[in-house]
Write a protein that binds this ligand. Structure first.
Ligand SMILES: Nc1ncnc2c1ncn2[C@@H]1O[C@H](COP(=O)(O)OP(=O)(O)OP(=O)(O)O)[C@@H](O)[C@H]1O
Ligand SMILES: [Mg+2]
Length: 497
């Protein structure tokens, strides 16, 4: 029922087994304008005061003679969307349901129905009525014989009350609708925000990946240089060994002839002279000294190349989405190796690894990236102090320690240091003091995300202008021990099978 029809609802159901009662109600409530005017006069005579001229209210009155019939009418009215506002209900209506039974049934179908119980006898006390019906706020009692005015007042008051209840409910429903709409909007905004955060996370991951690729690109030239140096001297040494071997082969041939001759008899003196000449030619003394050196150097060179290649492989290892128990000392050593060309011209590298540092749950690719960023930053800050190609060097120190439940990694440099206003912004994305086009200001922002968000660790900086800077990273180690214990446990179980 819409607001207009709520406003106009004057439907009243009279339920009584007595035909005369129905006629009475029709007379009292079904007034025409003349009746209304005479009723006004009567009211004035009875209650005094200025008469209010009113129009006939035009109550719409239906009759039911039994409870069952009333229920049918109420049900149909509800289904048709034009329910009764109120009902006058007789208490005694043989042979069917009595008034209370009828009211109970009617309320099951139409809980808003306002009810006036009409009774001539004290069949039930008020307490009994309430006890049976359980509700008192939609119920009034009207004693027979009726006072007409009272009937009219009840009809006005209760149809009005029904209207107010319905309007209030309508208001609440409207309010619910508004709240629901607003909630939907907020939900939509929330989903939108979640999508944006998700997209940002993706961009962030892509950025991290891009930075990794970029630094691998940047490192590639340095690594090529690092590999080139040992490769060159290994090549020189092999060429030297090649020539030396050719000299030695000539010498060996002479020695063979000499041996042959001495077996038969006295070797001819010219053969001895030739062997002497070959010894001279080959510079045997020099070769016996230099060949082992060349071999050792070559082996060392090959080992250096192998180490760089191994480190590159480990450094650029993509790692998985999940953390794995990692040896941080080894990871740092790997990064120090691949980044060698970035620091070796400006700094000595001092490493002090805690040999008893337990494995730490780690996204190793991301962690390597953090260490690399810090080493490159340190080298950059030192270059600021020692200058370019001056031969002077500062120091980068990397220390690892177990600190309770944490693995602590300190990366210090003897570079330019930072004033407080820079120190407080170094982890901000895109903050850089490098010249335009030189730095993106992403290094430490990414380091912060990796250490704090991805590992639940923390990252701090201490710095003094003119003295240098230390970055302190802490990663939780506890779960690594559990994970490792889990792995060992599984391995043990496997070997027992
Ligand atoms: N070890 C350090 N010593 C002195 N200042 C530093 C050090 N590390 C970082 N900073 C300061 O913090 C700023 C931000 O560092 P971050 O690594 O985030 O970006 P960037 O090095 O400037 O650029 P990118 O890493 O993208 O090349 C640097 O520009 C520098 O001013
Ligand atoms: Mg940087």
């Amino acid at each position: 029922m819409n607001a207009l029809s709520i406003d106009k609802n004057k439907r009243i159901l009279v339920i009584d087994d007595n035909q005369a009662v129905h006629e009475d109600f029709q007379k009292i409530l079904g007034l025409n304008e003349i009746d209304a005017a005479s009723l006004d006069k009567a009211e004035e005579a009875l209650f005094g005061g200025v008469p209010t001229t009113r129009k006939a209210e035009g109550f719409d009155i239906d009759s039911a003679y039994q409870g069952q019939e009333a229920l049918k009418l109420v049900r149909e009215a509800v289904q048709a969307g034009c329910p009764y506002a109120m009902a006058f209900v007789d208490i005694r209506m043989p042979p069917g349901w009595d008034g209370l039974e009828t009211i109970l049934r009617l309320w099951q179908d139409d809980p808003d129905l306002q009810v006036v119980i009409c009774t001539a006898y004290s069949d039930y006390t008020w307490q009994e009525i309430i006890g049976k019906l359980g509700i008192a706020d939609r119920l009034l009692i009207l004693k027979k014989p009726f006072d007409n005015i009272e009937v009219r007042q009840l009809a006005y008051a209760l149809t009005q009350k029904w209207k107010v209840i319905r309007q209030t409910r309508q208001k609440i429903d409207d309010l619910h609708e508004v709240v629901q709409e607003r909630t939907d909007e907020l939900q939509q905004q929330k989903r939108h925000l979640e999508d944006t955060v998700e997209q940002l996370n993706q961009v962030h991951t892509q950025l991290l990946q891009a930075q990794k690729l970029e630094s691998i690109g940047q490192l590639a030239a340095g690594i090529a240089h690092e590999i080139n140096t040992p490769t060159q001297f290994v090549g020189d040494n092999i060429r030297f060994l090649h020539d030396a071997f050719s000299d030695l082969r000539t010498l060996l041939a002479k020695y063979e002839q000499l041996l042959e001759a001495s077996r038969e008899n006295q070797p001819p003196p010219e053969l001895v002279a030739e062997a002497d000449a070959a010894v001279e030619e080959a510079d045997v003394e020099y070769l016996t000294e230099e060949i082992p050196k060349a071999i050792d150097q070559s082996l060392e060179g090959v080992e250096r190349v192998a180490k760089i290649v191994r480190s590159m492989k480990e450094f650029s290892h993509p790692g998985g989405e999940d953390k794995q128990a990692a040896d941080l000392n080894k990871a740092i050593e790997t990064t120090v190796t691949v980044a060698r060309n970035e620091w070796k011209y400006v700094a000595e590298m001092v490493t002090d690894y805690d040999p008893s540092l337990p494995l730490v749950p780690c996204l190793i690719g991301d962690f390597n990236q953090v260490v690399l960023n810090m080493i490159i930053n340190a080298a950059y800050a030192i270059k600021d102090v020692v200058g370019h190609n001056t031969g002077k060097k500062g120091t980068i120190t990397v220390v690892t320690r177990q600190d309770g439940d944490w693995a602590r990694i300190c990366i210090s440099d003897t570079g330019s240091g930072m004033p407080a206003e820079i120190r407080s912004r170094v982890f901000d994305p895109f903050f850089t003091t490098k010249d335009v086009g030189k730095g993106t200001g992403q290094g430490l922002a990414i380091a912060h995300t990796v250490i704090v968000n991805k590992h639940g660790g923390c990252i701090d900086v201490e710095s003094e202008v003119g003295k240098g800077t230390t970055f302190i990273i802490r990663l939780p180690i506890e779960s690594a021990l559990d994970e490792q214990a889990g792995v060992e446990c599984r391995e043990e179980a496997h070997s027992l099978r």
